[in-house]
Design a protein around this ligand. Structure first.
Ligand code: FE
Length: 164
């Protein structure tokens, strides 16, 4: 038999943690500079993250996550044409990796996210994340930093590059 600690024995010593913020379709709690986010079924991940960053004044940070989705649109940037092509996949998939950063452009929150996801054949697809809809749940951590990172469009590259 395994022994488990009871809930009462688990003590959160992080005095820097805030209240649980419950919204329509998602909730989050802040621990120091980190926001632990739960995104619920049928919610679109990118718009939820954007809303949290906007409402909490996060203008520089890092994002990691996982979860289960039922649809995703990936972008692929062609450096020669400087254009994105997009493709949508409507199937149940596991998010095997969600990574990205938070910055700011023209005083608006600017998220740059990439995602890998695997379907029932366990094969992974991925790319620049345009949007993704949750099928069960998604667990995401936003690590915020003080200050802000800007963006500026580069004619040469065709993308909005970090602008410090
Ligand atoms: Fe990208």
């Amino acid at each position: 038999m395994f022994a488990f600690a009871s809930d009462a024995e688990i003590v959160n010593t992080n005095s820097n943690s805030g209240a649980v913020m419950k919204k329509d379709g998602y909730q989050f709690k802040q621990f120091g500079n980190k926001y632990f986010v739960r995104v619920d079924k049928d919610m679109e991940i990118v718009s939820v993250l954007k809303e949290i960053c906007k409402e909490n004044g996060i203008a520089a940070g890092e994002i990691t996550g996982l979860g289960a989705i039922k649809s995703v649109t990936f972008g692929f940037f062609n450096p020669e044409t400087k254009q994105y092509t997009e493709k949508t996949f409507n199937e149940y998939m596991e998010i095997t990796s969600l990574v990205g950063n938070v910055s700011q452009k023209d005083d608006e929150v600017y998220l740059h996210l990439h995602m890998n996801a695997s379907g029932k054949d366990y094969k992974t697809i991925g790319g620049h994340l345009v949007n993704a809809v949750v099928s069960a749940t998604s667990e995401i951590i936003i690590s915020s930093e003080k200050g802000s990172v800007g963006r500026k469009f580069s004619e040469e590259i065709g993308l909005n590059l970090f602008d410090f």
